[in-house]
Design a protein. Structure first.
Length: 168
């Protein structure tokens, strides 16, 4: 496995629509493994292929360390219901968070990493992550959903904490 180079705004690949994957092969398996490793390394909960410069419709999501990463090949949004206000960030827009509206629940159909079709009905953080990552595959960033620039805020870097000298 290898760490992939994360694409950062204003990289034009982030605004391009990813292409449907035709065949599940060893190259796709390697991409999925590398995306999972990159997501872990960067501290994210999701990653879309175009965030690492690959215009293919594949997403990985892992909300907790004790769960297996979800792999979605050729994902499609089937249904969205309700709305809630959330705060969101993105590995491709480091140092910022924004407040926007996402669906309460979503239904997504996809294939797993072996090509087997499946569906997910999600709510809460998983629904938010699915919408966020599927937006990436369509060249849409969370900042496109902000009602105004006032809804975007720069994160403050944590000031270094003083270290007490040990007494020997």
């Amino acid at each position: 496995m290898a760490l992939l180079k994360l694409r950062i705004v204003p990289d034009p690949v982030l605004r391009q629509k990813a292409k449907r994957i035709g065949s599940i092969d060893a190259r796709l398996q390697r991409l999925v493994d590398d995306m999972i490793e990159t997501m872990h390394h960067e501290g994210g909960v999701g990653l879309a292929a175009n965030q690492v410069g690959v215009l293919q419709r594949v997403v990985v999501i892992q909300l907790a360390e004790d769960e297996e990463a979800r792999v979605l090949v050729n994902p499609q949004m089937v249904e969205r219901q309700g709305q809630r206000e959330v705060e969101e960030g993105c590995l491709s827009i480091p140092g910022y968070r924004g407040t926007l509206f996402r669906s309460l629940t979503v239904k997504v159909k996809a294939q797993d990493r072996n090509g087997k079709p499946y569906r997910i009905k999600a709510e809460g953080l998983l629904a938010q992550a699915l919408e966020h990552e599927l937006d990436h595959l369509n060249g849409i960033l969370y900042i496109d959903h902000l009602e105004s620039h006032e809804k975007l805020r720069k994160l403050e870097a944590e000031p270094p904490q003083p270290v007490e000298a040990g007494v020997g």
